[in-house]
Design a protein around this ligand. Structure first.
Ligand SMILES: [Ca+2]
Length: 314
């Protein structure tokens, strides 16, 4: 497979607008509490967090994997004919480098391993290993079943496949070393998607859920949930699933975004509270007026995407 990458910033109109937008948009510095909706289908306690910054994100990016390394985001985008591997500037959202996968591949999770990037595909049973700087394909791996999310714990790759189980994988051979069921109060958590390993825990997007499960790698037990449903008030209707988690260990920063989201959010976790029953509805925090207002209105107009069928939207 020929390796091709191109500089997109300035060549693609939408990305140009992202860059233009960046001239007037900066990450907001003020911390603002995010209300929690206390989703009743979650049993583990909610983890409070604060949105401390917003950044532009390409609203055409069907985000399937997100990694932060050395000051830059690396992103995997999906859909057949639109799948890519990208290097993205955090503050501007500009795509600095891009490799477009052949049309038959639907790219999925992404992880950094040993100076290389490893990208899953949805149903092709194939993962690609790329040079971090060159984006040249160094190696291909085969695996059974579907590929959804990917991260690592510095020892093994950690992979999801849309089920309620996560697999720990030898990064040299892609052999499965162990499989762990993910349980929330004893109940399987299905549709585990994009992953990120953060300070000894696995953060997992759940498909069709605006929440992130925080999972113990040893037990598979969900120890808490992050509820992002309130962010919908800051997103256009075209913004699809929450599906992108990246961690900057140097500055202890967590970034989240989603499929076709025009924004990427930086969040800071608050101190966790002991498990407790959800408060009465009358005591729940109100949603209005508590989230940062965007300074990037142009981005919300660029969210069109062509879908062949709903079954393509993963
Ligand atoms: Ca990730």
């Amino acid at each position: 497979m020929a390796t091709q990458w191109t500089f997109k910033c300035g060549q693609v109109f939408s990305v140009f607008l992202i860059c233009l937008c960046a001239l007037t948009s900066r990450a907001k510095s003020e911390a603002q509490e995010v209300p929690q909706s206390c989703a009743t289908h979650h049993l583990a306690p909610l983890i409070p967090f604060t949105v401390i910054g917003t950044y532009p994100h390409d609203p055409r990016a069907f985000t399937q994997g997100l990694v932060f390394f050395d000051g830059f985001l690396y992103e995997s985008t999906g859909l057949n004919g639109r799948s890519s591997l990208r290097k993205v500037a955090l503050k501007t959202g500009c795509v600095l480098k891009e490799y477009d996968l052949p049309d038959q591949y639907f790219a999925e999770g992404l992880a950094l391993w040993g100076g290389s990037l490893i990208q899953l595909t949805w149903k092709s049973g194939k993962a690609f290993q790329y040079g971090l700087k060159s984006f040249a394909i160094e190696r291909e791996f085969r695996y059974p079943g579907e590929g959804w999310g990917l991260t690592d714990d510095k020892k093994r790759l950690i992979m999801s496949n849309g089920s309620s189980k996560i697999s720990f994988i030898d990064p040299k051979t892609f052999a499965v070393e162990r499989v762990t069921p993910v349980l929330d109060g004893g109940r399987p958590v299905r549709l585990l998607n994009e992953l990120e390993y953060i300070k000894g825990e696995i953060f997992a997007n759940v498909w069709h859920d605006d929440s992130i499960a925080v999972i113990s790698p040893k037990s598979g037990e969900v120890t808490g949930w992050l509820d992002f449903s309130a962010l919908r008030s800051r997103l256009p209707p075209s913004a699809m699933d929450l599906n992108g988690i990246a961690y900057d260990p140097k500055d202890d920063r967590i970034f989240i975004t989603g499929k076709l989201w025009p924004l990427l959010f930086e969040i800071k976790l608050s101190k966790r509270t002991a498990p407790s029953a959800p408060p009465p509805a009358a005591n729940r925090p109100k949603r209005s007026g508590q989230l940062p207002k965007t300074r990037c209105p142009l981005l919300s107009t660029l969210s069109s995407v062509r879908h062949s069928s709903r079954s393509d939207l993963w």
